[in-house]
Design a protein around this ligand. Structure first.
Ligand SMILES: [Zn+2]
Ligand SMILES: [Zn+2]
Length: 235
């Protein structure tokens, strides 16, 4: 290693770092297989950049951002920008163009209580945010013929940020879609269970969802009173 480093006129640390990065972004068109998904879960939970399952239809377009309106959201955003020192919380990127930084809402859903819990807000750069909501990014992408290229770029970004290989990437994607399918379909698909399932989905779709807001939310009181104009809030 030291001979190679001196030939290339770089330090050994730089060489090691570059090799590590190269190793992370080897991207095979025939991706490795992931057999036992359960065994990957501890690693996946610790990743800096994760992929979220797409939200069930019944909670789409119910974000806090939409409910509280642009003016208040902008104030929240400014505080989050300051708190994160204008850096992406996953990859650390700090662009000059601040529109490249997005405030991401972290949610937990409680179907029994018909409750959307806002559990956190974090700052993510455009790339990390696109990867985090990969399904949504695909639906939103205008040029579907360029999707493969776009997807590859995001995949590579994911591996670089997480310093992981393609196997972990595949596992992460599989976990996201597994959670989504399990969310959507019953285990035993008898006529009765499916009917029950679809009735429940309809109920959830038409239900009046309440909200709760985590304690450290910037401008929490203002956010709650803005929410209360449209939905009920559990304090
Ligand atoms: Zn980022
Ligand atoms: Zn988001």
């Amino acid at each position: 290693m030291s001979i190679v480093a001196s030939k290339l006129k770089v330090s050994e640390t730089t060489l090691k770092k570059d090799l590590k990065e190269l190793n992370c972004v080897i991207y095979k068109s025939k991706p490795p297989k992931v057999k036992n998904l359960e065994t990957y879960i501890p690693i996946l939970k610790g990743l800096k950049l994760k992929i979220e399952r797409s939200m069930p239809k019944y909670v789409q377009r119910k974000s806090v951002r939409t409910l509280i309106g642009d003016i208040l959201w902008k104030k929240v955003r400014n505080i989050v920008l300051e708190q994160s020192n204008k850096h992406c919380s996953a990859c650390g990127y700090s662009p000059d163009d601040l529109s490249q930084l997005h405030v991401h809402e972290e949610w937990e859903l409680d179907e029994d209580k018909i409750l959307i819990k806002l559990t956190g807000v974090s700052l993510l750069c455009h790339k990390c945010h696109s990867m985090h909501h990969l399904d949504y990014t695909y639906f939103r992408s205008a040029e579907k013929d360029k999707w493969e290229e776009e997807k590859e770029k995001l995949d590579i970004h994911f591996m670089k940020v997480n310093e992981c290989n393609q196997e972990i990437l595949i596992a992460c994607k599989r976990l996201a879609s597994k959670e989504q399918i399990l969310d959507k379909m019953p285990n035993a698909r008898t006529v009765d269970s499916l009917k029950e399932f679809f009735d429940k989905q309809k109920q959830l779709q038409n239900a009046k969802w309440s909200y709760s807001v985590f304690n450290e939310m910037p401008l929490r009181e203002e956010v709650i009173s803005a929410l209360k104009k449209k939905v009920s809030v559990v304090e």
